[in-house]
Design a protein around this ligand. Structure first.
Ligand SMILES: Cc1cc2nc3c(=O)[nH]c(=O)nc-3n(C[C@H](O)[C@H](O)[C@H](O)COP(=O)(O)O)c2cc1C
Length: 219
């Protein structure tokens, strides 16, 4: 049965990225996929500690990168304690066929809550090749090709490079709900129809992709 790891990172409970990631997850469940859910905003993952960096250094020094051997990097009592935070997060990631991240754009990048999770679960030369990453991103402005601030989208660039460079995941799809600030900022109210169209399109794409990937993915 295909398995999904669904992460949300918006500080808002009512949020566009949660709405789009939720549409994907609902379609996935309807196609009989199973789901592990983690709310990184409501239940934050701690920042990495010095002991985490020591585990990482041990793995690097000893050339250990097999997923089932990463625990060998935890050697001192402090490192064993750090591993107790890492292990369940890592197991959730490894068990997933598809990783779904619902994230707002904060300051052209990802929220600190999502970055803390990334830092905890990422080790040198690990490979999750064959998995798929889907990112449901909400942003106040527009960053699609041709938009004046297209080059400011460090979030998509970062997540794509992180997935390929550190996880060996190259199958990455982004779903964008753009121009969310038009709902709040009176100066941007003219852009509201474009926001609504962007959200509707992202929701449709999320439902279609959730169904398609759950049907296609085999474990
Ligand atoms: C701390 C913070 C930083 C933000 N930075 C940006 C930004 O750099 N670019 C942008 O387009 N929108 C920015 N926004 C607007 C959010 O991306 C927008 O509200 C989006 O809808 C948030 O996603 P959510 O609806 O899932 O919470 C920011 C919002 C917050 C709260």
């Amino acid at each position: 049965m295909p398995h999904l790891l669904h992460l949300d990172a918006s500080a808002r409970r009512r949020s566009f990225s949660r709405e789009v990631s939720g549409a994907f997850a609902d379609a996935w469940r309807e196609a009989d996929g199973t789901v592990t859910y983690r709310d990184l905003a409501a239940d934050p993952v701690p920042q990495i500690t010095e002991a985490w960096t020591e585990i990482c250094d041990n793995l690097l020094a000893d050339g250990i990168h097999d997923l089932d051997r990463l625990g060998e990097g935890a050697r001192t009592p402090e490192q064993a304690l750090a591993w107790r935070t890492i292990e369940p997060l890592l197991n959730e990631l490894i068990a997933a066929d598809v990783v779904l991240i619902g994230t707002p754009m904060y300051n052209y990048g990802v929220p600190a809550s999502l970055k803390a999770w990334i830092d905890q679960v990422t080790f040198p030369r690990m490979s999750l090749a064959g998995r798929t990453l889907v990112v449901a991103s909400a942003r106040g402005g527009s960053y699609l090709p041709g938009a004046p601030k297209a080059a400011f989208d460090h979030q998509a660039r970062y997540l794509r490079d992180f997935a390929a460079g550190h996880l060996a995941i190259t199958d990455v799809t982004f779903l964008y709900a753009e121009l969310a600030n038009s709902v709040i900022d009176p100066h941007l109210s003219d852009l509201r129809p474009r926001h609504e169209a962007s959200l509707a399109e992202a929701l449709k794409e999320a439902r279609d992709l959730g169904r398609e990937l759950a049907t296609r993915t085999t474990t």
